[in-house]
Structure formats: C-alpha cells, structure tokens
Design a protein around this ligand. Structure first.
Ligand SMILES: Nc1ncnc2c1ncn2[C@@H]1O[C@H](COP(=O)(O)OP(=O)(O)OP(=O)(O)O)[C@@H](O)[C@H]1O
Ligand SMILES: [Mg+2]
Length: 219
C-alpha cells in the first residue's frame, strides 16, 4: 500500500533532506526535487492534492510546517490505499523564485507560514502579492512560532495586519515549542514526539491545523 502522503523539497538548501534523513521511520514518502522539478507533474497526475508551503522570507517555519503537516495527514490517513496529499517545501529566498513558480503550477492551494513579528510583514507581503496572488490559487496565512509567554500583543498585531491585507488566515496558530526546534536535530516529526504534556500540546497545533485545512478528511 503506498503511503497516503508524499513530501517533496525543492529547496536547494535542502534542510528538509537533512531532517528527513535523520528520521528513522518516516511516515510518508519523501524526495528532494530541486534539480528535477518536472517530477512534481508525476505526483499531481497520481490524483493527489498538492499543497505548496511558501514564503520567500527565510526561517519562518516552512520546513517545520511541511514535515509536520505531512506527518499528521499520514497519521490520520494511515488506512488510505492511495496517495492523497503532496506537501512541497520551497526555498526561503528570492533567488529561487523560478523553483517556487514551478511548484505553484501543480498546486491546489498554498500555505504561507509567518511568525508574529513586524520584520516578517513586508517580505511575506511580497511573496503573496507578487508570486501567489497572480496565480489565482487559494492560499492561507498561518501564524507560526508564537510564544504564549510573550503575551498576545504581537499575535494580535499580526492577525490585524493579515486581516487588513484581506488575506485569508488560519484560525489555528502554531505555538513556539522547544520540542519543535529540537525535532530537526533529533530526527523526529510531531507524530513521533515523546508522550508528555508539553509535546502533546505542540503536536495538537499541527493536528488542529490539518483539520482546519481539511487534510485529514477522507474523499
Ligand atoms: N513553532 C515552532 N516552535 C519552535 N521552533 C520553531 C517553530 N517553527 C520553526 N521553528 C524553528 O525555527 C527555525 C526555522 O524553521 P524552518 O527551518 O522550518 O523555517 P524555513 O522557513 O523552512 O527556513 P528556510 O527559509 O531557511 O528554509 C528552525 O530551527 C525550526 O526548528
Ligand atoms: Mg526550510
């Protein structure tokens, strides 16, 4: 039975590969395709929904979101008998815009992770206005890396900014947890986190996001 989820990286920086290679028991198929982006067409032809995770600002959580959304979707769809979802991790730089544009050709929708900080506003706006909106694809901005200990001011500012731009925003906010930061070093995805309270909370954000985005539902 093929796994229900395929995760692809087209980021030449390849931190996804570095992470994925450390995971001993990957719950999805994975490949690096920045040199062969035409392979994305094959995945789309398999009838799967293709989701592109994009923001040309670096370090906003694209790789974290891609691998963990892939993991929770694979978990929920573990009894599926066919490929249902493809998640594509894309470069966090302006140089590789051609690769991002290539991925968008196959996309059903786009997820735009963004941290709750003013410095991320302009670069995120550039990606959305110059690259995503011209394709006409549906997209959703997901606030990632919010630390509840910092209070809600930055979160509320960021939500207000996104809403003022008229961009669709996920209700689910991915909170900041050390366990996510450590996961890449330890070679884990959320579904493989230890079963303690904090790790379960961290995991819950991704399950909630997948549910909100409709990645768990059957079809
Ligand atoms: N919700 C979170 N909680 C804790 N750490 C996080 C969270 N999201 C991202 N990080 C950490 O922030 C760093 C950047 O995240 P990530 O690599 O996913 O971003 P990226 O957008 O893929 O970066 P790049 O543009 O360089 O590819 C990583 O160290 C990651 O572990
Ligand atoms: Mg990345």
């Amino acid at each position: 039975m093929p796994p229900a989820v395929y995760v692809v990286s087209i980021d030449p920086q390849a931190s996804t590969v570095w992470w994925a290679n450390r995971i001993t028991d990957l719950p999805f198929n994975f490949s690096q395709e920045h040199e062969t982006p035409e392979n994305l067409a094959i995945l789309k032809d398999a009838g799967a929904e293709v989701h592109v995770i994009a923001n040309q600002k670096g370090g906003v959580g694209k790789t974290t979101a891609t691998l963990n959304l892939g993991a929770v979707a694979a978990d929920v769809l573990s009894h599926s008998d066919r490929l249902m979802h493809v998640f594509i991790d894309t470069p966090g730089s302006l140089q590789d815009e051609n690769l991002l544009l290539e991925a968008l050709k196959y996309a059903k929708d786009v997820i735009v992770p963004m941290p709750p900080e003013g410095l991320a506003f302009d670069p995120t706006a550039r990606t959305i206005e110059q690259v995503i909106q011209p394709t006409g694809l549906p997209f959703k901005v997901v606030i990632n890396n919010w630390d509840p200990r910092d209070g809600t001011a930055d979160l509320l500012d960021t939500e207000a900014y996104i809403d003022a731009q008229g961009w669709p925003r996920a209700r689910t906010v991915i909170r900041r947890y050390k366990v996510h930061t450590r996961a890449s070093v330890e070679g884990r995805v959320v579904t493989q986190y230890p079963k303690n309270r904090v790790a379960m909370e961290a995991r819950e954000d991704f399950f909630r996001l997948a549910l909100e985005l409709g990645y768990g539902g059957g079809k």
